[in-house]
Design a protein around this ligand. Structure first.
Ligand code: PNS
Length: 175
């Protein structure tokens, strides 16, 4: 059995395209559980994201500015290899519903097979966030729906700019 590390470093990996209130809640809770939490954006060239990795990191940095033990980074390749280079021993993931669980369980098993020393910690999302996803938020806002409260205010503004949604609506959003 591995000895308990002096400092527990956790990685919270994901696409974060863009960060939602659900992600932010998980980061806040994770920051209280671990000594250091690294929120890391996957550089996945095969996906077609709305925001570049740099833009997504910029938004994350702004959103986590009030948490001194949270860092924002990006990675490519295998998550566990990246986690090893960052001396992390925990992989943090959020579960919103049973449908997430199957995929998360599969990844957790695969990651354990690849790196038995790494633990996957899954936190259940708050009920109020259980239906929020970056994909749905993008769909709703692009079709004119109200996404207030689903993402931080400044992220809503960035979404409106990126999707060329009315200036008038944009101006009514306070940062
Ligand atoms: O926010 P997402 O898109 O659900 O995050 C998925 C992520 C980044 C956690 C997953 O795709 C990942 O870890 N990719 C890195 C490549 C890797 O290690 N694959 C094997 C995972 S078992």
């Amino acid at each position: 059995m591995q000895p308990k590390p002096d400092r527990v470093v956790a990685i919270y990996p994901g696409s974060f395209d863009p960060i939602t209130s659900g992600h932010l809640d998980l980061i806040e809770r994770g920051s209280r559980l671990f000594d250091q939490l690294i929120v890391s954006v996957l550089r996945n060239e095969s996906k077609e994201p709305l925001f570049s990795v740099e833009e997504r990191m910029e938004m994350l940095v702004e959103a986590v500015a009030h948490m001194p033990n949270v860092e924002v980074d990006c990675f490519n390749g295998l998550l566990i290899e990246y986690a090893r280079t960052r001396r992390a021993t925990v992989l943090l993931r959020g579960i919103r519903a049973v449908s997430d669980y199957e995929y998360e369980l599969q990844m957790a098993h695969m990651n354990r097979r690849l790196a038995p020393e790494m633990e996957t910690v899954m936190l259940t999302s708050r009920e109020a966030h259980s239906y929020i996803s970056s994909r749905l938020v993008k769909e709703v806002i692009s079709l004119g729906g109200d996404i207030r409260g689903l993402v931080p205010r400044f992220v809503e503004k960035r979404l409106r700019q990126r999707l060329h949604l009315g200036v008038q609506e944009e101006e009514s959003i306070q940062v």
